[in-house]
Design a protein around this ligand. Structure first.
Ligand code: 6PG
Length: 503
């Protein structure tokens, strides 16, 4: 009897949930022979069944980790698609002794980037290449073509590049995957992608509120508005699905499922991390911060209901000049969406310096144009902006973007002002406008803040046209006013180093 032939699968997947199965089937569709592993034995027949249904043959499922690892061609490329957190560490602990030097392990989940930094360092010490790879596009994206953001060792990336490029979404024939940068760069970029995702989702929710409660519009009319927006410059995945949601009737009823859904939004944490890290990096991300805050506020349902009774919150809708107001709303949405992207890109530029990720912002915009949740027509403009000027200090300084901003900001002012007058909150729309108006202010009122800090805490201030730091005894707090000494002293240094997490 001859010995069994060693199997030689090109790619291995750990975690055969819907995302893992779909990505594996996508690879098999592209003629890569692939293996999947899951502890849960029920997942194997499911994989097999889906492969049969789709006419895919070059895929095998395993429930034995060692047999799975042995079935892979060397150097092995193994991806984990398991929930972020402790499970990633326990899978790494289990599989590491079975791998050989030079093998590659990819974490395709939404892991916290500092965990990825740690894991990459630990595995590098064992001769293994660890990749943190953001994958966007959900279950459908995994099956038909996601956008992928791999970070890790650039040379090792070349070995996995063919399969990733084959399965990714394509825009104009170009793959929506590119090498992002070293260490945790891939997971960092995915985190910021999700921050932008939170921002745009919140903006769309606010436009819904403006139309429903500000203009008194019915679901059907709102559906038409989103459908129209999706035909124009707001064309994007998120507007597209919003239009669909406004057409989905709850089974066995005559009304939208949307109307039955509780107004309490959940989150898995990536948006919050984006805001937290932006604060550590001291990059203002006010629109995204509001989006995170509003998910949190949504959970205080009973408190909100109590407040509504106390303050009689809801105004009577008025629909004068509806057509004009809808035009302004489209402008407001467009203007604010630009700000959401601009804040995210600013954060990426800052993180690239801080963490030495050497990010190529043009390439990032390019791979976000297809497959991912924030894909949109506008990403072409962002791509062009950074392609023309890779070191662009801020997206709003690009000429084309400037024109779009100037054309749409009036609508944002009109909507935010009107809603403020009638008492409908537009936190993300208003944050976008305030951010813009402050960013274009050469002299902010922060001189007053410096004076206040020096007044109560002797924190010192700097003077226009003078070197050094100064402190003033602002009032005769503890001494006789008559004997008050002057004032300017060139002493003291600030001792407030921002806390930046390790790379
Ligand atoms: C994607 C999404 C995805 C994310 C969900 C849920 O790019 O496909 O970002 O990765 O997990 O959108 O995120 P929240 O639970 O935080 O809303």
């Amino acid at each position: 009897m001859s010995a069994p032939q060693p199997k030689n699968y090109a790619f291995g997947m750990i975690g055969l949930g819907t995302m893992g199965r779909n990505l594996l089937l996508n690879m098999a569709d592209h003629d890569f022979s692939v293996a999947g592993y899951d502890k849960d034995t029920s997942k194997i027949p499911l994989l097999q069944k889906e492969a049969d249904e789709d006419g895919v043959h070059n895929v095998e499922g395993f429930t034995d980790l060692s047999a799975f690892v042995q079935s892979l061609a060397k150097p092995r490329v193994v991806m984990m698609l398991v929930p972020a957190g402790k499970i990633v560490d326990s899978v790494i602990t289990e599989i590491t002794p079975l791998l050989d030097e030079g093998d590659m392990l990819i974490d395709g989940g939404n892991s916290y980037f500092l965990d990825t930094t740690r894991r990459a360092q630990e595995l590098a010490a064992k001769g293994l290449h660890f990749f943190g790879m953001g994958i966007s596009g959900g279950e459908e994206g995994a099956r038909r073509g996601p956008s992928m953001m791999p970070g890790g060792d650039q040379e090792a990336y070349q070995k996995m590049k063919p399969v990733l490029e084959a399965v990714s979404a394509k825009v104009g024939g170009e793959p929506c995957v590119t090498y992002i940068g070293p260490g945790a760069a891939g997971h960092f970029v995915k985190m910021v992608h999700n921050g932008i995702e939170y921002g745009i989702m919140q903006l769309l929710a606010e436009t819904y509120d403006v139309m429903k409660n500000g203009l008194g519009m019915e679901n059907e009319s709102m559906q038409q508005v989103y459908a129209k927006w999706n035909q124009g410059r707001l064309q994007s995945f998120l507007v597209d699905i919003t239009k669909d949601i406004f057409a989905y009737i709850a089974p066995d009823t005559d009304h939208l499922l949307l109307d039955d859904i509780k107004d309490e939004a959940r989150s898995k944490g990536t948006g919050k991390w984006t805001s937290q890290i932006a604060m550590d990096l001291q990059v203002p991300l006010s629109l995204i911060d509001e989006a995170v805050a509003m998910r949190d506020l949504s959970k205080y349902k009973s408190l909100r209901e109590e407040m509504e009774k106390v303050y009689q919150a809801r105004p009577t809708p008025g629909n004068d000049d509806q057509e004009q107001q809808l035009q302004e709303l489209e402008q407001a949405m467009y203007f604010s969406m630009i700000i959401a992207y601009a804040q995210g890109m600013h954060m990426l530029a800052r993180a690239s310096e801080e963490y030495e990720y050497n990010l190529n912002l043009a390439n990032i915009a390019k791979i976000w144009r297809g497959g991912c949740i924030i894909r949109s027509e506008f990403l072409n403009t962002i791509y062009n902006a950074y392609q023309q000027k890779p070191d662009l200090a801020h997206l709003l300084l690009d000429d084309t973007v400037r024109q779009h901003v100037q054309e749409s900001v009036a609508g944002a002012r009109a909507v935010v002002a009107r809603m403020a007058t009638v008492g409908i909150g537009t936190p993300a729309l208003a944050a976008a406008l305030s951010y813009f108006d402050t960013l274009r202010t050469g002299r902010m009122p922060s001189n007053l803040i410096q004076a206040q800090r020096d007044y109560f805490g002797a924190h010192t201030y700097e003077l226009i046209g003078h070197e050094g730091v100064f402190h003033t005894q602002w009032t005769p707090m503890h001494e006789d006013a008559e004997n008050k000494e002057d004032t300017h002293r060139g002493t003291g240094t600030e001792n407030e180093t921002p806390v930046i997490p390790n790379k």
